[in-house]
Design a protein around this ligand. Structure first.
Ligand code: NAD
Length: 324
């Protein structure tokens, strides 16, 4: 059974890759949306104009408790995406990862609790699994985080559990597996593999593969992630505190990803192989049975069907000189 919460939603990390797609879909479905973002990596241009009915953008920090208190007033659900979202960056800046991803989440949980928010849907990460030795990863497997980023996400999950147990706040954590799609940043040194490969090939440069290419990932198109969040916002009868995997349910090696990208583009320069990076888990694949049974989640796009619109978007940006 689905439940439509009353319609005011606070989306954090709204100007980022995933947050901005969530804002679009929530507005389309008639929600009133406040988007919060400090624009540290997100961009205002990812979001609708302030004149769009039902939408308001606030530039601010999720560690600012006073601001959160104000923004949570009258809101029925929080959709929390804001984070310093790179494993590699978290090795360079561990304090920042823990401060924003864990303490920022705690500030938001407190504000949501105090304002009587009903539901707190938040982004977690497949990185909390770390190396498992078994595949696909089920939510019941013990977490083995191997980076400050993964620790920060796991700690946020534990805080959410605690708040659900002690207070009247339903929390649903979604462990995303390697999300890709339009608007994902390609320009940072910590950019994810899909934007790096696509933009390198579009520029006629060799993409860099860390390791021998046999590392595998469950690449998840953005529309699947948006779908999962909407289900989490509406599901009834789920336990008060839950964690679900959100993936596609298929593993592809990094080399296979390169081949798919090159095929979609018609050709691509040969890749360059570089050393593996710290914190890179060898294999990652989502077990989707719990999300399917309790949320009704079923991925609608696979890697190939998601790559088409993704590449088209990077082509447009490249043509307009918007990717470095
Ligand atoms: P992103 O960097 O595009 O978006 C994160 C947004 O949060 C940015 O707009 C950034 O400006 C904002 N932000 C950062 N610190 C903030 C702060 N202190 N206050 C307010 N806003 C702040 O990343 P994304 O890929 O859209 O990730 C969204 C969420 O999904 C994150 O929580 C991330 O950890 C999680 N996640 C992403 C992936 C993936 O593959 N993209 C995988 C697993 C989990």
């Amino acid at each position: 059974m689905l439940h439509r919460p009353s319609s005011r939603v606070l989306v954090t990390g709204a100007a980022g890759f995933i947050g901005s797609h969530l804002v679009d879909q929530l507005l389309l479905e008639g929600y009133e949306v406040t988007g919060l973002d400090d624009l540290s990596s997100g961009e205002r241009k990812n979001l609708p104009a302030d004149s769009v009915p039902g939408f308001r953008f606030v530039q601010g920090d999720i560690c600012n408790s006073e601001l959160l208190k104000e923004l949570c007033r009258g809101v029925s659900a929080v959709v929390h995406q804001a984070a310093r979202s790179s494993v590699q960056r978290s090795f360079a800046r561990p304090m920042e990862a823990l401060t924003v991803n864990t303490l920022g989440c705690l500030s938001l949980l407190e504000a949501a609790r105090d304002a009587g928010v009903e539901r707190f849907v938040y982004a977690s990460s497949s990185s909390v699994y770390g190396p498992q030795g078994q595949s696909p990863c089920s939510e019941e497997y013990p977490a083995r985080p191997r980076s400050p980023y993964a620790v920060s996400k796991l700690a946020a999950e534990e805080l959410a559990h605690t708040f659900s147990a002690e207070y009247k706040l339903m929390t649903i954590g979604l462990r995303y597996f390697n999300v890709f799609g339009p608007r994902q940043s390609a320009s940072s040194q910590y950019a994810a593999v899909v934007p790096r490969f696509v933009t390198a090939c579009l520029r006629g440069e060799s993409p860099i593969i860390h390791g021998d290419g046999s590392i595998s990932r469950d690449f998840t198109y953005i529309a699947n992630v948006v779908h999962a969040n909407l289900l989490a916002l509406r599901v009834m009868g789920s336990p008060k505190s839950r964690i679900y995997n959100v993936g596609c349910g298929n593993a592809h090696t990094i080399f296979a990803l390169y081949q798919h990208v090159a095929r979609e583009l018609g050709s691509g320069p040969s890749p360059i192989f570089a050393p593996e990076r710290p914190g890179d888990v060898r294999h990652s694949l989502a077990d989707l049975r719990l999300a399917t049974a309790e949320l009704g989640y079923r991925p609608c796009f696979d890697l190939r069907s998601g790559l088409g619109p993704t590449i088209a978007w990077y082509k447009q940006c490249t043509a307009r000189g918007l990717t470095k």
